[in-house]
Design a protein around this ligand. Structure first.
Ligand SMILES: Cc1cc2nc3c(=O)[nH]c(=O)nc-3n(C[C@H](O)[C@H](O)[C@H](O)COP(=O)(O)OP(=O)(O)OC[C@H]3O[C@@H](n4cnc5c(N)ncnc54)[C@H](O)[C@@H]3O)c2cc1C
Length: 440
């Protein structure tokens, strides 16, 4: 069953759908982090604004309610490329803004007494073979610290870890609770949230929602991987990330595993695998690798893939053999949006009043906060830092079926690169060949 751990087994009570023609200063399409934080920051800057959020399902239905709960400072595009294309100064501004955003999310939650299981314990990238260790050791900068095998073991007991890289810039949180808390907060501020309300048209001064006309000077599309295909112009594709979560672990098991600070965990593989220990002592672990669908189709069947979910459970037990007798209670998944050059984007056309934000790939928990805040500043004519995602020109993906073959070949090559490193204990030659093609 594709229900995330975060949403749990509780039934969702839908808010009302829109039921008449209406008018607002700002209409927001999508009630994930991007839509909710946009409303939050706009209200902070202009409390008198009349804002509505339209969501075709319910608050947190999309990736925001089902992700790994890493509020990290990661960014989809590589640092090297950002410096080449935007300059060192802009890169530094982005790094500062991202790291500050993690704290801001925690501070806002704490100030408003939101129970979102926020814990800023940093993040550990660990290596289980010499090739991974060589690769991650070569990428140390002033945000990351190299840890020996003994230091890793002291922090979190992953018996196969040979060493790792630690950054303090990451918090673990419960993403669905963050969505719900934000939505309740916004409603208290007078923002109207309509669920079961699908937007079918966005045009200057007006959107169409469930066949009703809603006038608004500004519309914000915050629909990320769930963006209807007609609006995508072949500029982004959905890539699935799947997750599993254990039952709550006993205190004895937690004492064996340690990780008292709830650092988030990632293995230094080419195929991404990430995990957090939750506020109620479960291991929630996720990874990529589900086949991309021809014509960028969204598919609920891609969210529950037995083969992939079983592989994730095996992966969890390989990291922590201590979990041999532990049950897995949840399996779920969802799509993230990938643009051709891994660019996140914030585009606001003041003439038509239409804004579009997204393209976060798997880094949207913190990044959506920063992008939404920046958008609110731009709409409110406030100064912003010089951030790489502002006014990005997003290129089109290759036509099908070239796109289909290229994306899926990319996945296969990534798996093969991990295999090559396990066998040879040297950084993968295959990865060195495909990295430029992936164009990150
Ligand atoms: C399994 C998984 C794990 C992840 N783990 C992490 C992680 O640990 N850390 C991290 O930083 N990022 C992670 N991500 C990515 C992160 O969750 C997303 O980048 C982020 O949540 C995107 O937020 P959003 O609000 O832009 O989009 P979404 O949360 O996807 O919201 C878009 C919303 O728009 C609605 N919508 C679409 N079309 C319409 C329409 N026509 N009318 C009305 N509503 C519409 C959808 O129903 C949806 O609710 C993960 C993603 C997945 C799927």
């Amino acid at each position: 069953m594709n229900t995330s751990l975060w949403q749990g087994k509780s039934e969702i009570t839908y808010r009302s759908a829109i039921a008449k023609n209406d008018s607002f200063d700002i209409s927001i399409i999508g009630a994930g982090f991007s839509g909710l934080w946009s409303a939050y920051h706009l209200k902070q800057l202009q409390p008198a604004l009349k804002i509505a959020i339209f969501e075709k399902e319910y608050v947190g239905f999309g990736a925001s309610g089902r992700n790994g709960g890493w509020a990290s400072a990661e960014y989809p595009t590589s640092g090297r490329r950002l410096i080449n294309e935007h300059g060192l100064d802009s890169y530094k501004q982005l790094r500062t803004a991202l790291t500050n955003s993690i704290d801001e999310i925690g501070q806002i939650a704490s100030l408003n007494k939101w129970q979102i299981d926020y814990a800023k314990g940093g993040s550990l990238l660990f290596a289980t073979n010499k090739a991974q260790l060589a690769r991650i050791s070569a990428e140390i900068d002033d945000e990351h610290q190299l840890l020996s095998k003994a230091q890793v073991k002291e922090m979190v007991n992953i018996p196969s870890a040979l060493g790792g890289v630690f950054t303090p810039h990451c918090a673990a949180l419960n993403p669905f609770l963050l969505c719900q808390s934000l939505a309740a907060h916004l409603e208290k501020q007078g923002v109207e949230i309509f669920e079961n309300s699908e937007v079918t048209k966005i045009q200057k001064g007006q959107i169409i929602v469930n066949d009703f006309k809603v006038r608004s000077e500004i519309s914000i599309r915050a629909t990320e991987a769930f963006t209807p295909r007609a609006w995508q112009e072949n500029k982004q594709i959905p890539i699935y990330s799947l997750m599993v979560a254990t039952e709550p672990l006993s205190n004895e098991l937690m004492a064996e595993i340690k990780n008292y600070s709830r650092a988030t965990l990632q293995q230094a593989c080419h195929l991404i695998t990430y995990a957090q220990f939750t506020g109620d002592n479960r291991l929630a672990l996720g990874g990529r690798g589900v086949r991309y669908k021809l014509f960028s189709r969204l598919s609920e069947r891609s969210e529950v893939d037995n083969r992939m979910h079983s592989a994730l459970e095996r992966r969890a037990r390989a990291w922590f053999p201590q979990l041999s007798g532990t049950k897995f209670e949840y399996r779920w998944g969802g799509p993230v949006a990938l643009t051709r050059r891994w660019q996140s984007y914030l585009n606001f056309d003041r003439n038509s009043g239409v804004a579009q934000i997204g393209g976060y790939v798997g880094d949207g928990v913190t990044l959506s906060y920063l992008v939404s805040k920046t958008l609110a500043q731009i709409i409110s004519n406030k100064p912003t830092p010089n951030l790489a995602f502002i006014d990005q020109k997003i290129g089109k993906w290759e036509i099908e079926p070239i796109r289909y073959f290229a994306v899926n070949a990319g996945f296969k090559a990534t798996v093969a690169a991990d295999y090559e490193e396990r066998i040879t204990n040297r950084p993968s030659l295959l990865a060195a060949f495909i990295d430029p093609l992936i164009n990150r």
